[in-house]
Write a protein that binds this ligand. Structure first.
Ligand code: FE2
Length: 208
């Protein structure tokens, strides 16, 4: 959890920088609405999830082994289009394991799902609208480019369902859902990995 808290701090510093550069440009800060995307067939119901549904998908409480795959920190903020933080919002992510298996009975290969990978997790945005996850780089599920599914809730109300991609992944060009987006929209949900304090990290800010 220490690492995750540090990530929140570095995110805040980055966001402050973003705000000040917008001020220098003499414009009010405004973001592009985060593009919506299909939920897909594998959103796990509560009964399908592990008992641990925290924001560290790499470590399941009670298990010594960590998930297989390339671990990274995914973080960002949830804001309205004027840049005002949306605090107390529930962010959920779900994704396949490093071999492309989903933790969902509808996926015929779910029996092979990595038992050390949580597959689903959630975080609640803090007062600055920030969220953070520790997870693995998304793998290829047959027929799709690597992606992470995301939902945002305001209380019980679902306000956004989207998918995050990997910037410049060669499989993006052949992905029907990815190609439906404009370049601006695609960039808004494409993860760029940089080396952070705790290893690779990517920032996706969501505007709702
Ligand atoms: Fe998917």
């Amino acid at each position: 959890m220490t690492l995750l808290k540090k990530s929140r701090r570095s995110l805040l510093a980055g966001f402050a920088g973003l705000m000040s550069s917008s001020m220098i440009a003499g414009k009010a800060f405004a973001g592009v609405l985060t593009p919506r995307a299909a939920e897909g067939p594998y959103y796990p119901t509560p009964a399908m999830r592990t008992p641990d549904i925290d924001n560290d998908l790499v470590k399941i409480v009670g298990l010594v082994q960590e998930a297989g795959g390339e671990i990274f920190t995914l973080h960002g903020s949830v804001m309205d289009t004027d840049g005002r933080p949306r605090a107390g919002h529930r962010i959920e992510i779900w994704q396949c394991d490093m071999e492309g298996n989903y933790m969902h009975p509808r996926d015929s290969r779910s029996a092979n799902f990595d038992p050390a990978f949580q597959g689903f997790g959630h975080d609640i945005t803090d007062g600055t609208g920030s969220y953070v996850f520790r997870t693995i780089k998304s793998a290829i599920y047959p027929g799709r480019t690597p992606h992470i599914h995301v939902k945002v809730f305001d209380g019980d109300r679902e306000i956004l369902t989207t998918q995050f991609y990997i910037k410049d992944d060669p499989n993006n060009a052949r992905d029907g859902l990815f190609n439906r987006m404009s370049e601006i929209d695609a960039d808004a949900v494409s993860m760029v990995f940089v080396e952070g304090e705790a290893g690779p990290e990517a920032t996706i800010n969501m505007f709702i």
